[in-house]
Design a protein around this ligand. Structure first.
Ligand code: ADP
Length: 524
């Protein structure tokens, strides 16, 4: 009866202390220690099964010779089936040995030990460990000890397995959480029916400016950039079940468009009804921009080559044509001949200008042009250019008007560059003005600047193109493409203006005309 009460007390004690344990280690040490203190044993060792190695490994031990700290130096491993402890694990039954000296299974550990009790810790019909105790007296262990050990083992088994499975879940949760938090792509789950965002990884924030909390619960549709994609993600998935690199444009928190690429699939319920969209999206905005720029630049260069070829061929054809005619026709009247030679001369000049521009653009790209600025009077240079353009204007039926001031102050300039700049602007004014229109050129001093203006009442430049006309190779796409060009004239103008520390302004209205104004600082 006394033993019964005592065992009840021990089991109660153990059950209570188990409730407060949070780790397997704590439980195992509690078993070893409480066995000693409550039951009055000499030692106790708890082994746990390492199922991979098929070994029982010492995990907690307590006894007179053992250290007081909860630590085992060089834990012993026992294969299943070997020794008393190994046999207990193999047979899944307690073993009591009254006299170790006569038990062949005993692996001698300590000469003075005479008897031993070992009890398996069993969970769902599998041994997970063994509790073992040895004693210096022979026949020390009784049924009473076996019962208590078994009760403790069964209580511990449940608690240990609960903790292990909880630890496993926590570990795998931790693993997935860290994956979830570290991926740059945005992971998302969307309700298929409603389009509501159910889950989204925190990487949504650097990407969109919205926090995870702001996005969860919102409808995916509300993020599509208007007017919305031709096919929504749900629509694409409904027809295909799975998408790869599916592109849509979304709006971020700042209202900017972001192109994303989805890899997603549908999750279905038991009735094969789609319930969820699960997938990742990647921000490909920058990649898209680079691709677009690349395409544009390839397109622009190809166009440039074909434009230059065309521009070369036209004057060349007329030079060859007129020169050939003169050569063949020995009786050609002198004034006709003079007219033809004038045309040849003019076309040759056009060719020279073009070649000059092309050469200049490549020098500009290579950065090898050296503009030697010196104190220069511009009136003479500008007047000369105007004179050289008169024939072109007359041919086109455009009136060319000159307002070049007299005795203007000098500026720091490279005469050839100024001349090229004026040619490009004036020839453009003539080229982009229809017959009976006017092109006006003026040069005057205004406060601290010399102001050079080229104004026409021609086609004008659409607002959207104005910022780009100074880009290399850029040409305004017009319906009638009779005015050919190469798109380099204005980029050269801009370069020359910059190198003269001058300012460039342009005003234009489609159908009304265009004004280019250049302000060159007068020498202090
Ligand atoms: P291009 O060789 O094609 O003339 P430019 O660099 O000189 O190349 O000009 C770029 C574009 O700007 C032209 O394609 C043309 O459409 C537009 N442009 C330039 N000057 C004028 C102007 N005076 N009036 C209308 N459009 C102009």
């Amino acid at each position: 009866l006394i033993q019964n009460e005592k065992s009840q007390r021990i089991i109660n004690y153990f059950a209570t202390s188990l409730a407060g344990s949070n780790s397997v280690e704590e439980i195992l040490w509690d078993i070893a220690e409480s066995c000693i203190s409550e039951i009055g044993l000499e030692d106790a060792v708890v082994y746990m099964l390492d199922s991979e190695k098929k070994m029982l490994v010492q995990r907690a031990a307590y006894g007179e010779n053992k250290a007081k700290e909860r630590m085992i130096v060089n834990p012993i491993s026992i294969p299943i089936g070997q020794g008393i402890v190994g046999s207990v694990a193999a047979e899944m039954k307690p073993i009591v040995v009254d006299d170790l000296a006569s038990d062949s299974r005993y692996i001698v550990d300590d000469q003075i030990r005479r008897s031993e009790l070992a009890v398996p810790i069993i969970y769902e019909n599998r041994v997970i460990g063994v509790i073992d105790s040895e004693h210096t007296k022979a026949s020390f262990f009784t049924d009473y000890h076996v019962k208590i050990f078994e009760a403790i083992a069964s209580l511990a088994a449940n608690k240990i397995m609960r903790i292990i499975s909880q630890e496993r879940t926590e570990k795998s949760e931790l693993k997935y959480r860290s994956i979830f938090e570290s991926i740059q792509d945005v992971y998302a789950e969307v309700d298929f029916e409603t389009g509501k965002i159910l889950e989204i990884s925190p990487s949504i924030e650097p990407f969109s400016g919205f926090t995870r909390q702001e996005v969860i619960g919102q409808n995916l549709k509300s993020f599509y950039a208007p007017p919305g994609p031709p096919q929504t993600l749900s629509e694409a998935l409904a027809s295909k079940g799975k998408v790869n690199d599916f592109e849509v444009t979304l709006l971020d928190k700042g209202g900017f468009q972001r192109t994303v690429s989805w890899t997603a699939s549908l999750v279905r319920d038991e009735d094969n009804k789609p319930t969820k969209i699960v997938g990742t999206m990647r921000d490909i905005t920058e990649r898209k921009q680079v691709e677009k720029a690349l395409k544009e630049s390839v397109h622009i260069k190809t166009n440039f080559v074909s434009n230059v070829s065309h521009e070369l061929r036209t004057p060349m054809a007329s030079i060859l044509g007129f020169a050939g005619t003169i050569l063949r026709d020995k009786d050609m009247p002198d004034d006709t001949k003079m007219d033809f030679v004038r045309i040849i001369n003019e076309e040759a000049q056009r060719l020279t200008r073009l070649i000059e521009n092309v050469l200049n653009i490549s020098r500009m790209e290579a950065g090898t042009i050296n503009y030697k600025l010196r104190s220069t009077q511009l009136e003479g240079i500008i007047s000369e250019v105007i004179d050289s353009q008169i024939v072109l204007a007359q041919k086109k039926g455009v009136t060319l008007v000159s307002h070049v001031g007299k005795d203007l102050p000098a500026v720091m300039a490279a005469p050839d560059a100024i001349s090229q700049m004026a040619v490009n602007l004036i020839s453009n004014a003539i080229k982009f003005t229809e017959s009976s229109g006017t092109a006006e050129v003026s040069l005057n001093a205004e406060k601290e600047n010399l102001v050079f203006e080229v104004r026409d009442n021609g086609l004008g430049i659409p607002e959207a193109d104005l910022s780009k006309i100074f880009d290399k190779f850029y040409r305004v796409e017009r319906e009638k493409r009779e005015d050919e060009g190469t798109g380099i004239g204005l980029s050269i103008v801009k370069e020359i203006v910059d190198k003269h520390n001058a300012k460039l302004e342009v005003e234009s209205e489609v159908g009304k005309g265009t004004l280019f104004r250049i302000l060159i600082p007068i020498m202090g």
